[in-house]
Design a protein around this ligand. Sequence first.
Ligand code: SAH
Length: 200
Amino acid sequence: MAADWVDRQLRERGIRDPRVLAAMRAVPREAFVPDDQSEHAYDDAALELGYGQTISQPFVVALICQALELQGDELVLDVGTGSGYQAAVLDVLAERVVSVERIPELAESARRNLAATGHDAVEVLVGDGSLGVPELAPFGAIAVAAAAAELPQALVDQLAPGGRLVLPLGGTLVQVTQDAGRLRVEPLAAVRFVPLVIVR
Ligand code: SAH
């Protein structure tokens, strides 16, 4: 079979989790990019979403999903819904997905994108995702799509025992786990993300 974009952009660069590769094939990325960019939907790049925000590069979405090590039975928190694309991929990989977006207009269009692709089980909330969603915690996995300068303590606190938090810390995507109360921070890749906005 001819190599497709999943082979070229993901598998050949080290994404090996078969569930992640299948999920990336299953979610139609063109349904999440603005109409005027649909011809670029499968480009190896981040794309503009409006409001100064971007839909992440497919490889970065896959890398985050792989590092979350999802088995299928998790409650997942997705911070920074944006287009809803990452949330849709997580919906294929986990039991339940709750996603938080700070910009109400983006949350609304993400809900439409998710409904149009059959992923309306994803709950999209408007708010400051750096605070997590304490009333639903603990989460088996937490994905963050905006760069923080420091580890948001609320997210660490809302991780279930053995849970994985994957986020861009400065310019590095990291996987954070807790082992007997000790934090382990594993670097994954150099990345560029829009900033995580913290409103105080
Ligand atoms: N996962 C998205 C990527 C969106 S870019 C996708 O697949 O399309 C990052 C998003 O994080 C932006 O939409 C931005 O508005 C949002 N964001 C930034 N800071 C935030 C915060 N503190 N709480 C919630 N969302 C935030």
